[in-house]
Design a protein around this ligand. Structure first.
Ligand code: ZN
Length: 352
């Protein structure tokens, strides 16, 4: 059989790849650049953020271009970042692809990166992510009664802490929609101060997502935007009093849904009437008052989609995905840079 024919039929013959361990080839894995740069735990990041008066941005990753936009923004502004993956992202992109993309981000940047599971619904998904190499997970038992939430969170904390992984939990309910989380506004209730202390005491969770008026999605407020900062302070103070020090609080549903991007979407054929988010001044305030992690997803989606919509309208003759995904990626990067520099204050803190 001629060689070319064999290649066509059977594929290229295996050849030693110095960067990967061929099964049974006996080739020793050579240390790659990415194996030298490890993921960072969120506990370390939070300690520095609380001491420095800034909040780490947790950006949702769903595909390569979004991740590249975030990573480039982090590198250019020298910001530590949390890359977070939801159940929806795992379903869409496959956990293995996402982990490999994050490894690529580690290899091509110099900033601290944590990989976090966003809204883990049960023990199994948390375990799968911990076993898969995540440095942090969220167990979201907020849909359960208090005792059940405690029990589930405790189980995840035990498994995670044995493996050096930190755990975020949630108490209180956020209105809005994010992947599988769907709590109607009617049932939404803010986090109770006493319960928050009791919950942290009983579960040993490393950070706590609280409900003070933020919500998932692009339609957060009907009238004026309001966050209950009084309650945030009460929770922080009560935790301090109970011996938990400057305890890291997390805000979910914290996109700002900038009007210019909503307008751009609508200008180019979108239909997002009355979309409204959390004003950036409020997030800036939160980042200086004990909130250590702020989740941002909707704004990245808006940046990418409005840019791609514009491209399609302006260039109906184009059909190369690189030509619209490229500008989409740049829009994500610019949005994230803006958050790092002007809102969360992470810029310049990579070496803290
Ligand atoms: Zn969330």
């Amino acid at each position: 059989m001629c060689l070319l024919y064999e290649i066509i039929i059977r594929g290229l013959p295996p050849h030693p790849n110095p960067l990967s361990e061929g099964e049974g080839t006996g080739i020793k894995r050579r240390r790659t650049q990415m194996s030298e740069r490890k993921l960072v735990g969120t506990n370390e990041m939070f300690k520095k953020a609380l001491a420095g008066g800034y909040a780490i941005g947790a950006y949702n990753v769903n595909n390569m271009e979004i991740l590249q936009g975030i990573a480039e923004a982090a590198e250019e502004t020298q910001s530590p970042i949390i890359l977070q993956v939801s159940a929806g992202a795992r379903k869409y992109a496959n956990q293995t692809y996402l982990i490999k993309l994050v490894e690529a981000a580690l290899a091509t940047t110099t900033v601290p990166i944590a990989l976090h599971l966003d809204h883990g619904a049960d023990f199994e998904i948390c375990k799968a992510c911990i076993d898969g190499g995540f440095s942090s997970v969220m167990i979201d038992g907020s849909r359960f009664p208090f005792d059940e939430n405690v029990k589930l969170t405790k189980q995840v904390v035990e498994y995670a802490h044995e493996r050096g992984v930190s755990v975020e939990a949630e108490l209180g309910k956020l209105a809005g929609v994010e992947d599988d989380v769907n709590v109607s506004e009617k049932d939404a209730k803010y986090t109770n101060v006493k319960e928050a202390v009791e919950f942290v005491k009983q579960t040993g969770c490393d950070s706590l997502a609280i409900a003070i008026g933020t919500s998932h999605g692009a339609y957060k407020f009907k009238g004026e935007a309001k966050l209950d900062f009084e309650r945030l302070k009460e929770i922080k103070d009560a935790l301090k009093e109970a011996g938990f020090g400057d305890y890291p609080i997390v805000l979910h549903g914290s996109s700002s849904v900038p009007a210019e991007f909503v307008a751009k979407c609508n200008q180019y054929g979108g239909q997002l009437p009355n979309a409204q988010g959390v004003p950036e001044e409020m997030l800036n305030y939160a980042s200086k008052h004990g909130v250590a992690k702020i989740n941002i997803d909707t704004d990245l989606r808006l940046a990418m989609t409005s840019t791609i919509r514009e491209f399609f309208v302006e260039h109906p003759e184009k059909f190369d995905p690189r030509e619209y995904m490229g500008p989409g990626r740049t829009a994500v990067k610019e949005m994230v840079k803006h958050k790092m520099v002007d809102v969360l204050g992470t810029a310049g803190h990579a070496k803290d």
